[in-house]
Design a protein around this ligand. Structure first.
Ligand code: F6P
Length: 296
């Protein structure tokens, strides 16, 4: 079954299904260009949210924008590389918030990188991640894959001969002893995080951390459990990762697969969206591990 028919079979209305297919088409091009160009060199510029840019960040942003502008159901497009969301079609139904190339600083060393997107009906300010109607991420690694939810489970497609081909239906996150602790620098400022990391080490968890949120969370989804953390610290209370472009879509996918996600106090999906750029601490993965993090 092709991606469009699959999404419709999961209850996505045609406008939403076509939008997701358009994002999938953009990801095919981004993946191809990553493989066959030298776009991973640093430009010496920073994006709207303060990250160093590589040429492929700018290129991925343009590829996503081109595909979203051609999609009649898109109302607003927000991108991690964009200063302000763009009004795409005044009579469009959906807002799309996208990190076109997450973890791009890892591209030059040939680690996996990815694209993340969350889709809402209408505007997003004042809403929460629970209002999302769909979320997806693509992984550009040895395989190019697309993980998607339209709130009927989490499903995986693989790019085979230019087509998204369903390879796994209903990915499930249970319990597994893998840890991916980001922002270990926070241990210098907060003893609770140091204690949490020590707890994973002393309980013989296996470290699986690449430094890219997409492959690190993809690991949890494929090994059936584990935990990814990126806390804040007194000098940077909200941490680094963006609510709209990274944390909310990944949290929807994780909850749909049976896992959980929290900012340490409440589920990330319950955070009210006050502005497009906001960041949040995140603890995401197996339910019991997320609870353990909140306890620490
Ligand atoms: O936000 C981009 C990102 O590369 C994430 O994919 C990753 O989890 C995080 O930053 C790593 O942050 P740091 O460079 O602080 O380790």
């Amino acid at each position: 079954m092709d991606l469009l028919s699959f999404l419709e079979s999961k209850g996505a209305e045609p406008g939403l299904a076509k939008l997701i297919v358009a994002l999938g088409d953009a990801c095919k091009i981004i993946g191809g260009e990553l493989r066959e160009s030298l776009h991973s060199k640093h430009l010496g510029t920073i994006n709207a949210t303060g990250d160093d840019q590589i040429a492929m960040d700018v290129r991925s942003d343009a590829i996503i924008a081109e595909h979203m502008r051609a999609c009649p159901s898109v109302l607003l497009l927000g991108g991690e590389e964009m200063a302000e969301p763009e009004k795409v079609n005044l009579d469009g139904r959906y807002s799309v918030f996208c990190d076109p190339l997450d973890g791009s600083s890892l591209a030059d060393v040939n680690f996996s990188v990815g694209t993340i997107a969350g889709i809402y009906e209408g505007e997003v300010i004042g809403k929460t991640g629970r209002d999302m109607v769909a979320a997806l991420y693509a992984v550009y690694g040895p395989k190019t894959t697309l993980i998607v939810t339209v709130k009927k489970g989490v499903h995986e497609f693989m790019l085979i001969k230019g087509e998204w081909t369903l390879i796994e239906e209903s990915l499930q996150v249970g319990e597994a002893k893998y840890f991916a602790c980001g922002n270990l620098r926070a241990c210098v400022e907060r003893a609770d995080y140091l204690k949490l990391v020590e707890n994973f080490i002393l309980n013989k968890y296996t470290l699986r951390y690449s430094g890219g949120m997409v492959p690190d969370i993809n690991h949890i989804l494929h090994k059936g459990g584990g935990i990814f953390t990126y806390p804040g610290m007194p000098s940077k209370p909200d941490g680094k990762l963006r609510l709209l472009f990274e944390c909310a879509p990944m949290s929807l996918i994780m909850e749909e697969a049976g896992g959980a996600s929290s900012n340490g106090k409440i589920p990330v999906l319950d955070l009210v969206i006050n502005n497009y750029e906001e960041r949040t601490p995140i603890f995401i993965g197996s339910k019991s591990e997320v609870e353990k993090c909140a306890g620490f």
